[in-house]
Design a protein around this ligand. Structure first.
Ligand code: HEM
Ligand code: NAG
Ligand code: NAG
Length: 483
């Protein structure tokens, strides 16, 4: 997703960029003029340092013409931890200190509301959790979190394990695009967390429509027949109908709600209460959950394979830890359990380090709902505020030798507020335990059964829309001989 989490997408061809900027120019020239006159010269208030770039198009061109991460880190070096910029038609303040990021996301979160482009909001559905604050948000958050409690995750382990075994066996002896395979895996797990394991007819149709939706989400928001965006809007409407059918069935027969993932939880929330969730509140949140769950996890999994491939000692250490667990499981003639995953200490550190190093969510977006005094600076109402997770995760002061892949750094807990791969505060990721569980289960079978060789040139990053290894990391997966 470009992303739901606002990753800027760079997968588009160079042609699209000028077109996009041209559009912005026309649509926003009036607004931008106003910014230049007002905000760039506030009477006696000090804006953060930084360049707003050329009039009209701000620094968008710069951001699009270079690696986004060097865009951010060059500016951090030049201006410090808090600096202003102007991207995608919006004046904004970028933040790279842990304390300031915490202020935006936690202590002053009432002043900084989540903000997304209208095109994204309309494809996901305006009533999804991401777009809200206050009582509606906290009510939804409780429900979503309750579907990811350990008691719920425990039950998901056998289902996830069987998807892992299927996925890996179809890849055996083949050259695969890691990202694509991991997307399929993470998507199937996301569907289980949305609908539970009792797959009905509608689920297959929902899958197809969802893929059309996703393509449009990551493309230009031009609502003209023939464009991916147009098709996505259509698919979104059809999705609503399919989901309405499922919701209707669920409302009629209360017995089948037990093992039905988030859908069951959201349906159940209305029992005995007057303020039940509407059909569109339920469907927007189901779609939102699938969006949030799948590209993110798939991108991190792809980095895991890359880092393990490039760091042989780490791979062997993970394999040893997993081998021990495998032996115990085989001796007892049982399958993997939640309890087994709690013993994967070293593997968990590898996941932590992968989340830090890859920082696939480089930043998130908030918007100031009023004029604010912030860390000695003035931030005008309406400006975007971007906590730059990636800059924080790559700060040499917080993570010595930040470019080294070193899971042992997590043998001691990271400094407060310096590690937030899943965000922080009220909007932090409710799916983080599921995401980690998916990775542990995959790594268990992968490292005890297979080894893999990266094909083609080794390095390079692409944005699709999250940063991932070039070409989605083509690898050949072969079974290891066990003697
Ligand atoms: C490794 C994979 C994942 C990463 C790195 C990740 C990261 C994040 C981050 C940083 C946020 C906060 C965004 C912000 O504050 O603006 C977030 C929110 C969210 N994530 Fe994840 N996530 C991952 C996987 C998942 C999964 C598997 C699910 C669900 C099954 C999920 C569901 C959500 C939801 C619903 C929100 C919105 C919460 C709210 O607005 O209150 N995520 N995620
Ligand atoms: C993959 O190759 C190995 C070794 O050549 C072989 O033992 C195994 O049966 C093959 N697996 C499949 C699914 O073809
Ligand atoms: C383990 O899982 C497989 C399918 O994933 C199942 O067929 C088998 O019965 C399970 N074994 C035990 C001991 O539960």
């Amino acid at each position: 997703m470009q992303s739901l989490y606002f990753t800027l997408h760079f997968s588009t061809t160079s042609l699209v960029v000028p077109l996009f900027i041209g559009l912005l120019l026309i649509l926003l020239s009036f607004k931008v003029l106003k910014w230049n006159f007002f905000y760039l010269h506030p009477k006696d208030k000090r804006l953060p340092p930084g360049s707003m770039g050329w009039p009209y198009i701000g620094e968008t061109l710069m951001l699009y013409s270079q690696n986004p991460n060097s865009f951010f880190s060059i500016r951090q070096k030049r201006y410090g931890d808090i600096f202003k910029s102007h991207i995608l038609g919006c004046p904004c303040v970028m933040i790279s200190s842990p304390e300031a990021a915490k202020s935006v996301l936690v202590s002053q979160s009432h002043i900084f509301k989540p903000t997304y482009p209208p095109s994204k909001e309309c494809l996901i559905g305006p009533e999804a959790i991401f777009f809200h604050q206050g009582p509606y948000h906290s009510r939804l958050k409780k429900l979503v979190l309750s579907s990811f409690l350990p008691s719920a995750l425990k039950k998901a382990v056998p289902h996830i394990e069987s998807i892992v075994i299927d996925t890996l066996s179809t890849c055996e002896n083949k050259t695969i695009n890691t990202l694509q395979e991991m997307k399929k895996y993470a998507f199937d797990v996301a569907m289980i967390s949305a609908f539970g394991n009792n797959m009905e007819l509608e689920i297959e149709e929902i899958k197809q429509l969802y893929h059309v939706l996703e393509r449009g989400y990551n493309s230009m928001p031009l609502d003209v027949p023939g464009t991916s965006f147009y098709n996505a809007v259509k698919a979104r409407k059809l999705l609503n109908e399919k989901l309405k059918n499922l919701i209707q069935k669920g409302r009629e027969s209360k017995e089948i709600r037990g093992d039905r993932g988030l859908l069951g939880v959201l349906l159940g929330s209305e029992d005995g209460k007057e303020n039940h969730l509407t059909d569109s509140q339920i469907s927007d949140n189901i779609i939102g959950l699938i969006f949030a769950a799948h590209d993110t996890t798939a991108s991190v999994l792809t980095w895991l394979l890359k880092y393990l491939h490039d760091n042989h000692d780490v791979l062997e250490a993970v394999a040893t830890e997993q081998e021990e667990i495998r032996c115990r499981i085989l001796e007892a003639n049982r399958n993997l359990t939640w309890e087994d995953t709690r013993l994967m200490t070293l593997t968990s550190r590898v996941i932590q380090e992968t989340l830090r190093s890859a920082s696939i969510l480089s930043f998130t977006f908030r918007e100031a709902v009023e004029d604010v005094e912030f860390e000695g600076y003035f931030i005008p109402k309406g400006w975007k505020v971007l906590p730059l997770f990636r800059n924080i995760h790559h700060s040499a002061a917080l993570f010595p030798q930040p470019h080294k892949f070193d899971p042992s750094r997590f043998e001691v807990a990271p400094q407060a507020n310096s590690y937030m791969p899943f965000g922080k505060g009220a909007h932090s990721c409710p799916g983080n335990e599921l995401a980690k569980l998916e990775m542990l289960i995959l790594l268990h079978h992968l490292t005890t059964t297979y080894r893999w060789k990266v094909m083609g040139s080794n390095d390079g990053i692409q944005y699709g829309p999250f940063p991932v290894p070039k070409d989605g990391l083509p690898v050949t997966l072969f079974p290891i001989n066990k003697t």
